[in-house]
Ligand binder design. Sequence first.
Ligand code: MEV
Length: 290
Amino acid sequence: MKKITVSAPGKIMLMGEHAVVYGYPCIVTAVSERMTVTLEESDEMILPPGDTRFIEIILEMMQVSMMKISTNGFSSGYGLGSSSAITVSLVKALSEYIGKKLNKKQIFDIAYKAVLKVQGKGSGFDVAAAIWGGTLYFVTGGKVIEPLHIKEMPLVVGYTGVKADTVSLIQNVAEKMEKESEKMQRIYDAIGKLVDDAKIQMLVGDWGRVGKFMNYNQEYLRDLGVSTPLLEQLISSSISAGAYGAKLSGAGGGDCMITLGDNNDIKKAIQDAGGAVLDIKTNAEGVRVE
Ligand code: MEV
């Protein structure tokens, strides 16, 4: 019986969230946590339990009607991009299964379209990370997808334990954009500049400088209204414990924060401030057949 398993990594946004929805760049790294999708021959459609909106859209787009699909991997609670990793794995698995090879950009276009259909808005950075892997400089909708060859980053990921609602956070920011467009434009311009500066320093491994840029990025995210008291607590505690810099990662409202500077004092500070430290490696491999 025909069977295929494909896996793709989750992601951590390093810098540039929210601004990247509006035409600016961001930097994202693929993480060691992976989602797998297994396809098996079947004479009926069997979907995995849970939210299958992304899967159903892909099946419709790729005109597949009979298949057993199962998924496995990390919890969707962390905000590490489980939906985009599943979507990308499924597109790749279907293309291999039906013998129609797709290149990375073709997989991106199909998976990004599915994400937009479900979420309405989104930059596609998480889809790109799941496909290309590594660390990417990415501009809205995949206008630029540039792999960055950087050394292993001293990064700690702290989890708030609070599930963020990405779609409503993007919506809140979009409403602000309508009401205070000049102010928001200034914030996005500044974030875009920070991302470009951080990219240069990441390539040479100057973590002190990158940390400073992360702190500035966090100030702008606070201005956008997407930080929370708990995120702020984890961020300030890790900086007091010696981190080069720290910021929320992703849409805000909960999920994860990141600190640059990896040692036990920083990890303990995050835990003492009420967070959990996730054991995650960066720069992971992109989508692959298992
Ligand atoms: C969410 O993880 C990051 C946002 O920039 C949305 C997106 O880029 O799709 C808020």
